[in-house]
Design a protein around this ligand. Sequence first.
Ligand SMILES: C[S@@+](CC[C@H](N)C(=O)[O-])C[C@H]1O[C@@H](n2cnc3c(N)ncnc32)[C@H](O)[C@@H]1O
Length: 340
Amino acid sequence: MLGLKIPKKQADQVRKILLKHSLMNLEQKIKRSDDYVYIPLSKKPDTYVMDEIGLKDIEIVDVEFEAHKKGPKSLKNYLEGRISHQKILDIRKSFDIIGDVVILEIPDELESEKYLIADSALKFTKRKAIYRKGSKVKGVTRTRRLEFLAGEDASETIHTEYGARFLLDVRKVYFSPRLATERERIVEQVKDGEMIVDLFAGVGPFSVSIARRRTVEIYAVDINPEAIYYLKRNMELNKLQGKINPVLGDAEKFLETENIRADRIIMNLPGTACKYLEHAISSLKKGGILHYYEFSSDFNTPVERIKEAAGARKVIIQGKRKVKSSSPGKWHMGIDAVIN
Ligand SMILES: C[S@@+](CC[C@H](N)C(=O)[O-])C[C@H]1O[C@@H](n2cnc3c(N)ncnc32)[C@H](O)[C@@H]1O
């Protein structure tokens, strides 16, 4: 396949020029060697473009490139020529692939094009069902309305994440594939022998991922019966080293009735977890670790909230990060805190 061989230092500037002239083949991955970068071309640049690049040390070559995995960038590329460029830009970059299900965000002004977009997504991603986000994630169960658009209307699917398998129904439970890296980060920190509470466990992505790899005991609490149903199925679907105790009910009630002394508590309910902070902290052993999540525009707010809830206990902030963006200017923040 046609590619442009460019010395490493100049690659970025050349890539921008190629993109501007729609000469990059976006379906193929850029290739790198020690000294050169190989950019896949959709067609040969003419002399005008070569003059704009203005470098002698570049060469048009025949190279084998690796195709990109399916993804939003490629979907946009696929839609090019089918709907206007501006409309393609209007489709939010963010769409989620959960197992065989694709969930797209299509703005209202593209209502008339929604089936075309969904059809393209179906063809391009080769998944089974395309749904459109019909509302924000809301309510106690943190689920959203979904509009079925293409494929077969099958909202139950199995999603694989770092080797763990999660059966879930996207209409009935919360699940975000965008938290995969965050979950892996937490799994890496857990040590054998820990007693863990996953206070807002959902279908068990934190609990199951941890128990697959560590001999721990986990209380996985969720108020949504559907989430607990799938959590139990996921405990069977995965080979676990640790023990998970699924608990259907309210986090606050659980903390009140069970006299748990935990080594680690995970609180992934970023909108309202703050209400449960004080109680959760009092259930942590001395030196216990809290993974606290909150929607915030800064780190200070969740950090101060933890310190306030901890009262006289000393808090050491071990980590803080923007896990994913939630709304303009706001992030799903993750704070790791040691509570002494
Ligand atoms: C944002 S989801 C997180 C699920 C899971 N931890 C994950 O990462 O995918 C929050 C979960 O908390 C549950 N939930 C909401 N309020 C609750 C409460 N008071 N007690 C227990 N669970 C609750 C919801 O049903 C939902 O499954």
